[in-house]
Design a protein around this ligand. Sequence first.
Ligand code: DC
Length: 222
Amino acid sequence: MYSVALDGPAGAGKSTLAKAVAQKLGIIHVDTGAMYRAIGVYALRQGKNTADAAQVVPLLPEIQISLRFGPQGQQIFLNGEDVSQAIREPEASMAASNVSAIPQVRTFLLEQQRDLARHNSVIMDGRDIGTVVLPEATVKIFLTATPEARARRRWKELQEKGHDVLWEKVLEEVKLRDYNDSHRAAAPLRQAADAVLADTTALDFQQSLELLLSIIKDRTRT
Ligand code: DC
């Protein structure tokens, strides 16, 4: 068994690439961002201010998150309801960023995340996988790209889903989330000392995938 920790800022392509890597290597892809998104969605549905820990923390005992891994990748259930689509709505992004800054929320998810890597070969993507969740990961990769390149990809994705938003607004949100994710006190986004840096600014999907596979192969001899 082995584990790949894949961290980096929003929009670097972590999820899409991790999914493809998992398929190629026959391991599971754990998208930890989806877990924060599910908590964000729950808090929004309860009409809470997701930036206010005092409103979010009391909700945690009511929340049960489970993941299922199939040929389509990861499905996520919030108290038994499949929220795999709902967590991709634009308002879920900022809600996730907000709740992820709350230490109790991070602790709430930590053991569940570690447990998945204890029982399966995984590629786990997030912000703190190499630094906090799986400090002993077999391979650590920090995936990045310029904010402009990441905003462009995100904008295209939103357009394809029928969300007509301004590119400038997407860029602004990417930068704001970068700031939030890397300046929070609890497990901020940062590259682990022993992580390999992979910059995909000038790479297309296929090239990025090959880069990741070669890094993983180097370190696992799979
Ligand atoms: O990767 P994503 O956009 O789905 O993540 C949603 C938010 O959750 C993002 O703002 C950062 C946060 N997050 C985190 O703090 N730690 C993780 N391991 C994964 C995501």
